[in-house]
Every structure is written in structure tokens, then in C-alpha cells.
Design a protein around this ligand. Sequence first.
Ligand SMILES: C[S@@+](CC[C@H](N)C(=O)[O-])C[C@H]1O[C@@H](n2cnc3c(N)ncnc32)[C@H](O)[C@@H]1O
Length: 392
Amino acid sequence: MALPVEERFINNLTGNGLFAKKDFTVGEVIFEERPLVSCQFAWNEDCGYKSCEYCLRPLESAQENARRLTGLPDLVLPFPEYDAIDKSLQETCDGCGITYCSPSCKDEAFRRYHQTMCHKKGQSHPLAVIRASWKEMHYPPESMNVMILAKLAAMFRQASEEERSALSKMLARFQSGFASANESFIHRMMGQQFQAQLETLRPLFAAAFPEMIFQDWWTRQNFLSLFTVFARNAQGVGVSSFGAWQYALRNSSTFTEDAKTFLDVTYVAINEKTGEEFIDNEGSGLYIMQRACNHSCDPNTEVSFLHNDSTLSLIARHPIKVGEEIFISYLDECTLKHSRHTRRKILRENYLFECQCRLCSQQADQADITSDEDGGEDDDWKSDDPMEEEEA
Ligand SMILES: C[S@@+](CC[C@H](N)C(=O)[O-])C[C@H]1O[C@@H](n2cnc3c(N)ncnc32)[C@H](O)[C@@H]1O
């Protein structure tokens, strides 16, 4: 089936972008795609958020999820028919006990990477060492899990010659436009602490994947480049069995005043017990089509996980005309409401670029340099962007 979008070169500053090949109405699904690779965040997993190791679908029933989040062990969710989690399909790996939401996820994971990654918790294994080391250096809120790189390497090890060449080509697409960026620029963007962390992880990866096929992966420059792939392209994934249950309920004819009151009370209990952080099962993934979408602080689309797994759905949030560029936001809804200065600072620090979007251009004369959301702190990073110099 022909794709309703196409990737095109824009300019040397922004690189490529994704463009609509037809009109889209608000709420329309523009495309859906599975990730090349995805992984649950390490702290999220260790805090008891159970996800299918392959597709990230939650493994808890909506009721179990709500009981854990509220801390109410006897909570009974009404309308169990809206709970989409089918526990009868779940299977565990005989080797390590990791759980999958279905036999097909288990088989696919084993075929693609799990043969390499399978080890029992607590067992001394090179990948367990990497994970533990990562957890020590990367606390919530998490934006990545280094095990996604381990998964990628495991996929590369288990792939046939032909699959390996296809994988290398796909990786090159994630690296395009950045391969030529000079190392000092990347280091400056990533900060001192991150460089030290990379140098801790690099020999651990080299020990875990010592074969000749990886000889180029673990050089200082290439390891940095691999990390840059994740920094630039990783898409956050958030799924929840309670969230999917309440969404189905809200959109049903049974969503009465009583059901609304029940949800309100349950959310108050969740906020009291769990707080705002970590309500969802969280992770990140690399997506080949989504990776071509540039950021806008006023995006015309949004990423959603309608299937409650790592399948990404891109949804129009404004009407889009054929030929228009498709933008997503790399920032969450809350951060989008912040000042231009704050948004750009976050994009610079986390995604390594100076935002050139239309909203930032329109707000170029905004005077808010250190707004409240910045905590009143000015970073010592010096911008190369003339628009930013005007602000200072
Ligand atoms: C996920 S990639 C998007 C596709 C990319 N333009 C390409 O050619 O591969 C993210 C990178 O695109 C560029 N980019 C995305 N949004 C941008 C924006 N609003 N302003 C400037 N550059 C942007 C930055 O280089 C960023 O690191």
C-alpha cells in the first residue's frame, strides 16, 4: 500500500522532513508503525511496571494495575469487559523467566535477539553488568535505557548476512544528517558527566559483544555516534492497562455520572499513592518513519499508542493539506506551554539542536530569558544561534 507521507530534504540546518501526500482531517491516523527496536526503562521495570519484553504491552490486568497504583488491594474495577489484557496468552521464557504477552512475541523476541540476551536475574552476565551500571548513572525521570543498544547489538549478532546488511542500512538512516557533526560539538551538547558515563559503558559493551562484526561499534567515536542515534531519535512509549480500561469506559455508552465519579476518586487515590510520575509503563523505541518527523513547538500531529503496545500511531491534531510538512513535538504537552527560552533549552540539552520552528521564530523577541520553569538558573551553554544571542 502506498504511503500517505514522503521524506524530503528541506535544508542543511534541519535536514530531511516528512510531508503529507494527501489531506488529513483532525483525529485521522496518518500512519502506524512498529519499532525497529524498543525497550522498557530500567527503573520503570524495577518499580513493578510489568510489560511484555517484546512489544511493551502491559501484563497486569487493569484491576491489578489500579490496585498497585492506588495501594488499595481490595479495589474492584467495574466493567471488566473494558479490560483488554488477556492473561491466558502470556508466556514466560523457560531460560530466564521473562514474560511475553503472547507466544508470537516470545518467538519473535527469541528469533531476533533474546537468544543472546537470555540470563537469569542476579546471574553474573555481561548484560546484567551493563544494566546495573546504567541504573546507577541514570535515575528517573528516564529518557532512555541503554539496554535498547544492547538489544540492537543482539539483533545484529543473531541476524543473517542479509538481515545484518538491512539493519546497517536502517541504522545509517537514523544517523543521517548527524554523521558529519563534529565530536566536540556533540560533547559540548551532552555535557561532561555524560562523556564520563559513556567511557564507563563502552568497555562493558566491548566485552559483551567482542566479535569481529562489532569491531567498528565500540570505538570512542562510533559509540558516541550510536548514543547520538538514541538522543536524536528515541521516541518515548507510554502504555497502561488501567489507562486503556478508563479510555474504553469513557468512550462507551456506560460512561455514566457514577462511572465518572469512580474514575475521579480512583485518580485522587493514584495521585496520593503514586504521584504524577510513573503512572504508565514507560520505555522508548526507534521508529523508521517517525524519525523523519521534525519538531515543532506547535505541532500539527501527535504520537499515540492506540493499541496499548509499542505500535506508534501518528494522529493529525490540525487539518493537514497535501504537501504540508508533518511535525510532532519532542516535548510533552506540559513543556510545550513553557516559554520559548525554556523549550529551546530543553531541546538543546536533550535533543541536541537549536529549534527553528515557526512558533520559535514568531516569538524571537520574547523577553523571558530565565523564566520560573527554568528554576531561575541560566545554563553556561553558549548558543551558536544568532536568534538566541538577541535574547541574551
Ligand atoms: C528525529 S530527527 C528528524 C529528521 C531529521 N531532520 C533528519 O534529517 O533526519 C531530529 C533532528 O532533526 C533536526 N530538527 C528537528 N526538528 C527541528 C527543528 N524544529 N529545528 C531545527 N532542527 C530540527 C535536528 O537536527 C534534530 O536532531
